[in-house]
Design a protein around this ligand. Structure first.
Ligand code: NIG
Ligand code: FE
Length: 412
């Protein structure tokens, strides 16, 4: 079915070809003012200026009047932990009272707390809760998403999580990428026997994951008291043998060498990057690895933000993601991610939008399908309310400026 959207105030991120944006290019956000957009079978077919549109070729039922809304490609959220069994407000209170993220993890809270709850949850309940969250973030404008395991930490529970993600993939209207994060933390019984857990990852989890096609990527939380750089390299190399490319939780709590390891492993992205030095920034900036920043995690944990300006000025390819998870970012709202990136990391609105759309798509290798207004891509679109300018979106933080979301040419 062909549809024609007319009277679009601004059609944002219109691109004839795909390119991963780095450095100054992140500021360039191509926009068509006073535009139309034609969709055929859920895909973008054509666009142009209203004054060039021959409306007579469409029947009344085919025309959608945008009434001067701005239209953006949906957000591409390339880092989430959307499947979890329970929220963690009690740790939120502990943090208000003064404990740090590392303190909470050290006393058995944090990821281990989530793992204990996930191990006893049924696959059906996990699926239902995750599907609800997925539908919530789609309504907030997310049109492609990556989801990680990592709250199982046993063979059985990691596989359970990944099967839930696979089920979401099968039923979701938006593209989903799945990441195996068995190396999220060491389960209690392996605290003093890292090799045994790594052995389980390599010899018990990965073969079944590959056999059942349960993951696209492998990820490791590379951090002091979590997985060392050498452990990270060895786990990611094992993943590679099964065809899984690397993503790394890098430099969240310390300057650990995780960024350099990620680049060496040819990681698709290294994510977090709150703690960076010149070497980490330079290594990343001259590599093909994407710097994925997760500012709502820094916000929620009251930590320093990643040096977005420095990374962009040094020519890095920056993407933005929500890190949606119960411990460090209990929100998957990419509108807020955009706002906080501008407010706290001094990204320009154009940079934030590019980093949350086309570069986020690249960070999931979904750039052929989503991330820009390009002929042949999915018609996954955000229709804003009437806004005075594009900068008004991050400026007016916390306000809901989305009027409607369209996925594959259908309003949700
Ligand atoms: O990306 N840092 C490691 N993993 C998650 C948080 C996990 C949790 O606290 O449950 C993150 O922030
Ligand atoms: Fe994360």
């Amino acid at each position: 079915m062909v549809q024609c959207i007319i009277n679009i105030a601004q059609l944002v991120n219109v691109r004839t070809k795909n390119i991963l944006l780095r450095g100054n290019a992140l500021q360039e956000l191509p926009i068509l003012n006073n535009a139309y957009l034609v969709i055929d079978k859920g895909l973008i077919k054509e666009y142009g200026f209203m004054h060039n549109l021959n409306i007579n070729q469409f029947s009344e039922q085919q025309v959608i009047d945008a009434k001067h809304a701005t239209i953006l490609p949906c957000w591409c959220d390339s880092h989430t932990h959307l499947v979890f069994a329970a929220t963690r407000e009690e740790e939120f209170i502990d943090k208000i009272k003064g404990l740090s993220y590392a303190d909470i993890a050290a006393k058995g809270g944090g990821i281990l707390n989530s793992a204990a709850k996930l191990n006893v949850a049924s696959e059906e309940d996990l699926y239902t809760a995750a599907l609800n969250r997925l539908n919530e973030v789609i309504a907030l404008g997310t049109g492609a998403i990556e989801i990680k395991s990592g709250y199982g930490l046993t063979v059985e529970a990691e596989l359970k999580m990944l099967r839930v993600i696979k089920e979401l993939k099968n039923n979701s209207p938006i593209p989903i990428k799945s990441t195996f994060l068995g190396a999220h933390t060491y389960p209690e019984q392996f605290k003093n026997n890292h090799q045994a857990y790594i052995h389980a990852i390599k010899n018990e989890m990965l073969p079944i994951i590959a056999q059942e096609n349960l993951a696209d990527y492998i990820d490791v939380f590379c951090e002091e008291n979590f997985f060392s750089v050498n452990e990270t390299i060895s786990i990611c190399n094992a993943g590679k043998e099964y065809g899984l490319k690397t993503k790394i939780h890098a430099n969240q709590l310390s300057i650990s060498g995780a960024v350099e390891a990620g680049v060496m492993l040819d990681a698709v992205s290294v994510d977090h990057l709150e703690m960076m030095n010149d070497n980490a920034i330079n290594t990343l900036s001259t590599s093909n690895t994407i710097a994925t920043l997760l500012p709502t995690a820094a916000f929620f944990l009251r930590m320093n933000y990643a040096p977005a300006r420095n990374l962009i000025n040094k020519n890095a390819a920056v993407a933005l993601a929500s890190d949606y998870n119960p411990g460090s970012s209990p929100s998957g709202n990419m509108n807020f991610v955009n706002a906080i990136s501008c407010i706290q990391m001094k990204m320009l609105p154009e940079e934030a939008i590019n980093a949350s759309t086309i570069n986020g798509a690249y960070a999931m290798e979904l750039e052929k399908q989503v991330g820009s207004i390009t002929i042949g891509k999915n018609a996954n679109l955000i229709f804003t309310k009437q806004i005075p300018s594009l900068a008004y979106l991050p400026y007016s933080f916390g306000n809901n400026l989305i009027n409607k979301v369209m996925i594959n040419g259908k309003f949700i």
